[in-house]
Design a protein around this ligand. Structure first.
Ligand SMILES: [Fe+2]
Ligand SMILES: [Fe+2]
Length: 378
């Protein structure tokens, strides 16, 4: 049977992935909104089969039980965070994440040190805020998986992830409130993605959207910031969170491998399209629209330049360094005439396909060991 894929228009709401007008047409979240309600559309499944039939998941469960930590006592909250000093130091090490020459004909060209520092501070606050909202998404998705996954071993493991995510929400929220003075609203594209993940009725889509795509990106982003920042509390916080996060991505990869090996091409097509949609939403998110708005810069003028900025492009590609090998491990890249491979080529992230997948490397992230540096090869 021939499998036909939907068009970009059907999957992401625009024909061209870089259609700036369409990207900006997605409304920003209201900063004053307090509650956001989504139907989760799923069946809750009991299982009476209590046999140990998936040893790799049971091993993860055992690891999770001994890997628990306490965000209120294990992190040193007495550390004073001088935000300006921290950002200035981090910028010295890595620059601003943008190539200033790209912005020559815009108001950004007139920015002095003061504005670049302000941009860095807002950018840090924005990034940690999106981590926070993503963590709440993970908390909700994992609670949903406890109900919807049909496998006993997966229900047990997912319950430990619920506690992990509660801790992550707790520590990011506390850091933002106590050290950075408040948070940004959820990014428009991240919210759209979280809504889609939560609304899908199929249990494996929760995993694919959250454990593989959102958490895969988070693991790469946390690793990057952990390596870069000289702020000791944030470094410590990220180190603890990463030790959990690697397990979570492994949970997604190990569970979906079994499920996807048995799926037909038509079923896999839906998963490939969903992975592509998630990848686009996350790429769109990193244009930091809310930060540009706060800096008083017209997003219609600046976003096309951000899209073309090579420094930005490198950083953005790196965020996919966990997602691409994990999609490959799941067979999603090459099924249906390499459909997802073609999309990742178009997004310039395919170069990570042979990097280590998280189903294999998660043990290296355990507390007490050196954080693994990204390496090529399996
Ligand atoms: Fe998390
Ligand atoms: Fe997680």
């Amino acid at each position: 049977m021939t499998v036909t894929h939907n068009s970009n228009q059907d999957i992401i709401g625009r024909a061209e992935i870089n259609d700036v007008d369409a990207i900006l047409a997605i409304p920003l979240a209201d900063p004053n909104e307090v509650e956001h309600v989504i139907k989760n559309n799923a069946d809750t499944i009991f299982t009476w089969d209590y046999s140990l039939s998936r040893p790799p998941l049971r091993k993860l469960y055992e690891k999770a039980k001994v890997g628990q930590w306490n965000g209120s006592v294990d992190l040193d909250w007495s550390i004073e965070v001088d935000v300006e000093k921290t950002i200035a130091q981090d910028q010295l090490l890595l620059g601003t994440g943008l190539d200033p020459s790209v912005y020559a004909d815009t108001p950004v060209a007139k920015w002095g040190d003061k504005e670049w520092l302000e941009f860095g501070i807002e950018g840090r606050n924005w990034m940690l805020s999106q981590f926070l909202h993503g963590e709440q998404g993970a908390l909700i998705c994992t609670a949903k998986i406890v109900e919807t996954v049909p496998w006993y071993d997966a229900k047990l493991y997912a319950s430990t992830q619920v506690m992990d995510e509660a801790r992550h929400v707790e520590v990011f929220a506390r850091y933002l409130q106590e050290k950075l003075g408040g948070e940004y609203q959820v990014n428009a594209h991240l919210r759209m993605l979280l809504d889609d993940i939560v609304a899908d009725s199929r249990w494996d889509m929760t995993y694919l959207g959250m454990q593989v795509m959102v958490e895969g990106l988070a693991l790469a982003a946390f690793g990057f910031l952990h390596q870069l920042t000289g702020e000791p509390l944030l470094k410590q916080l990220l180190r603890y969170v990463m030790s959990d996060e690697a397990r979570h991505v492994a949970f997604g990869v190990l569970s979906l491998k079994e499920a996807y090996d048995e799926m037909t091409d038509v079923e896999i097509k839906d998963r490939q399209e969903f992975a592509f949609e998630a990848a686009i939403r996350m790429r769109d998110r990193f244009m930091q629209q809310e930060v540009w708005e706060r800096m008083g810069i017209n997003t219609r003028d600046i976003i096309p330049l951000v899209l073309a900025d090579p420094t930005r492009g490198m950083f953005q590609a790196m965020l996919f360094s966990k997602i691409v090998p994990n999609c490959k491990k799941l067979g999603l890249l090459d099924r249906n005439d390499k459909w997802l491979r073609r999309r990742f080529e178009e997004m310039n992230v395919i170069q990570f396909e042979d990097w280590e997948n998280t189903g294999d490397e998660y043990l290296k992230f355990e507390l007490g060991s050196e954080v693994p540096q990204p390496v090529a090869g399996e």
